[in-house]
Design a protein around this ligand. Structure first.
Ligand code: F0G
Length: 458
C-alpha cells in the first residue's frame, strides 16, 4: 500500500516560530511552568486541543462570504438544518455557540436535583453542566478503557451490565436520559461499536429511557466502525453515521470538532415538547432559534464542514495520521494509551516517568519538557486536572491516570510536523530519568489546571 497522504493542498499559510531553548526557558518560567499560559505565538506546534483549531476549506470560506445575516429565518440556517437532518435524521436542530451551551440547555430542561445521567465517560463540561443542575453524572464505560495497554477495538463501549446496575440502583424514573460520547474523548478518543450502541438502545427501550449522543467526533467514530466492525467495510461512512444516529433520540454537538469550524455547536431532539422548551431557553442566552449565538456565516461553514467530514479519503488520512504518531512513539518505547484513538495520542506519563510520584505531577512535568525540548504544547490530563480532595483528611488524592494528551488539529499539520514531534518525544524518552517532579505554588479553587503556577522540585 502506498503512503496515505494529506488529501488537500495548501492555499493559505500561517507562519510558525522556532525559538531557542534559552528563549523557551524564559517563556515557560514567565508562564509559571503552565503551558496554558504561554502566548500561542511562542508555540511551534500546538497540540493543546483539536477543538476549534481546524483549517477550513476554500468551500467553507466561500460559504462564509455567502452567509445570510438575517436575524430570523436566514437562508444559512435552513441550509445548516437540512445538512444536519440529512446526516443525523433528527426532527429538531437547534444551533448553539458551542457544545457546552447545548449541554447546559439540555440538562437544564431534562434534569433536576434527583437526576442521574449515565454515559460511557462524561467529558468535563458535560459532567460540570449536569452537576451544576444538582444532578449526578455516572460513568459506565467498559473496564478495558482503564487499562492503557489494552488493545480492545471499541474501548469507548458502554458496559451494559454497569448501565443496567445504575438504572436498577437509582430507579428508571430518576434517569432522564442515557448518553454515549462518540468517540470517548476522556477515555483516549476511543470509538463505540454499532453493536454496543444497539445494545444500549435495547436497554433504554426496556426502561423507556431516551438515548442521546455527545456527537462531537461522530465521523471519526463512524470510520472506526467501518474499519473494525464486521459487516460495515462496504458501507459508506454517511450510511454508518445515519445508522448510528437512528438509534438515538437526540444529540449535543460541538461543531468545533467534526464539523471543521472554529466556533459552533448544536442540540438535536425528536421530542417536540422538549424542542419547544429548549428553544425558549435558547432565546434567553444564545439567541433566536435560527442562529443560536452564531452568525449566518458560521452556520454556512458548519453545513459545509459536516459534508467534508464524511469524505472517506479525509477520514482515512485523519485516522492514519493520528495512528502514525502513536505507533512511532510506541515503537520507540514510549508508553501510550492503546490503541491510538481518532483525535489524539495520550502518553502514559506515570509509566514513562515512574520515578515521579503522582502528586509531583509527572504529566505536567512531561508537558513542560515537551515545550522546553521542542516548542510543542500538549495538555496534562492527570492529577493537576483531576485530583480530588479526601473529604475527611482534606488531602489531595491523585487522579486514576497521569496522561499527556497530544490532540491533532484537523487538516493543520503535515507529516513532517508530526515527524518533528516524534523526534522531540524520542529525545525526551531517552533522557526521561533526568525529568524532575513539580509542586504547585499557586492555584485557583476550581479548574486549577488553567491558571496554576508551578516550580520544579530539586
Ligand atoms: N463533549 C466532548 C466529548 C468534548 O470533547 C468537548 C470539548 C465538549 C463536549 C464541549 O464542547 O468545547 O464546544 O463547549 N472538548 C475540547 C477538548 C475542549 O479539548 O477536548 P465545547
Amino acid at each position: 500500500m502506498k503512503t496515505i497522504i494529506e488529501p488537500f493542498k495548501i492555499k493559505s499559510v500561517e507562519p510558525i516560530r522556532m525559538t531557542t531553548r534559552q528563549q523557551r526557558e524564559g517563556i515557560l518560567a514567565k508562564a509559571g511552568l503552565n503551558p496554558f499560559l504561554i502566548h500561542a505565538d511562542d508555540v511551534l506546534i500546538d497540540l493543546l486541543t483539536d477543538s476549534g483549531t481546524s483549517a477550513m476549506s476554500a468551500q467553507q470560506w466561500a460559504g462564509v462570504m455567502q452567509g445570510d445575516e438575517a436575524y430570523a429565518c436566514s437562508r444559512s440556517y435552513y441550509r445548516f438544518e437540512e445538512t444536519v437532518k440529512d446526516i443525523m435524521g433528527f426532527e429538531y436542530v437547534i444551533p448553539t455557540h458551542q457544545g457546552r451551551a447545548a449541554e447546559r440547555i439540555l440538562f437544564s430542561i431534562m434534569c433536576d436535583e434527583n437526576s442521574v445521567v449515565p454515559n460511557n465517560t462524561h467529558f468535563d463540561t458535560t459532567r460540570a453542566n449536569i452537576e451544576f443542575r444538582g444532578a449526578k453524572a455516572v460513568d459506565v464505560v467498559i473496564d478495558e478503557a482503564h487499562v492503557p495497554s489494552n488493545l480492545h477495538p471499541f474501548k469507548g463501549n458502554v458496559d451494559v451490565d454497569k448501565l443496567r446496575a445504575v438504572i436498577e440502583e437509582y430507579g428508571p424514573q430518576r434517569i432522564p436520559l442515557v448518553m454515549i460520547t462518540i468517540t470517548n474523548n476522556s477515555g483516549g478518543g476511543q470509538p463505540v461499536s454499532m453493536e454496543n450502541i444497539k445494545a444500549v438502545r435495547a436497554v433504554c427501550d426496556e426502561y423507556s429511557l431516551p438515548l442521546y449522543f455527545d456527537a462531537c467526533r461522530f465521523a471519526e467514530n463512524a470510520y472506526f466502525i467501518k474499519l473494525r466492525e464486521e459487516g460495515y467495510a462496504d458501507r459508506s461512512v454517511k450510511e454508518i453515521a445515519r445508522e448510528m444516529f437512528s438509534y438515538a433520540d437526540g444529540c449535543t454537538m460541538s461543531a468545533k470538532k467534526d464539523a471543521l469550524v472554529n466556533i459552533g455547536g448544536f442540540l438535536c431532539t425528536n421530542d417536540d415538547v422538549l424542542a419547544r422548551q429548549e428553544k425558549e431557553l435558547l432565546i434567553l442566552t444564545e439567541g433566536f432559534p435560527t442562529y443560536g449565538g452564531l452568525a449566518g456565516r458560521d452556520l454556512e461553514a458548519m453545513a459545509q464542514g459536516l459534508k467534508e467530514i464524511l469524505e472517506e479519503d479525509y477520514l482515512q488520512y485523519r485516522l492514519a495520521s493520528t495512528r502514525y504518531l502513536g505507533e512511532r512513539i510506541a515503537a520507540a518505547g514510549v508508553p501510550i494509551m492503546q490503541p491510538p484513538g481518532g483525535h489524539a495520542i495520550y502518553i502514559d506519563a506515570a509509566a514513562m516517568l515512574p520515578h515521579i510520584p503522582p502528586l509531583q505531577y509527572p504529566g505536567q512535568a512531561l508537558t513542560c519538557e515537551l515545550y522546553l525540548e521542542g516548542g510543542i504544547r500538549g495538555v496534562e490530563i492527570g492529577s493537576v486536572m483531576f485530583a480530588s480532595k479526601d473529604p475527611e483528611t482534606g488531602e489531595e488524592v491523585p487522579a486514576p491516570m497521569e496522561l499527556v494528551r497530544l490532540a491533532i488539529p484537523r487538516r493543520v499539520y503535515t507529516q513532517s510536523h508530526i515527524d518533528y514531534v516524534i523526534e522531540v518525544i524520542e529525545a525526551l524518552h531517552q533522557r526521561r530519568e533526568s525529568i524532575r517532579g513539580m509542586r504547585i505554588v499557586e492555584e485557583a479553587p476550581f479548574l486549577r489546571h488553567f491558571s496554576a503556577r508551578f516550580e520544579w522540585i530539586d
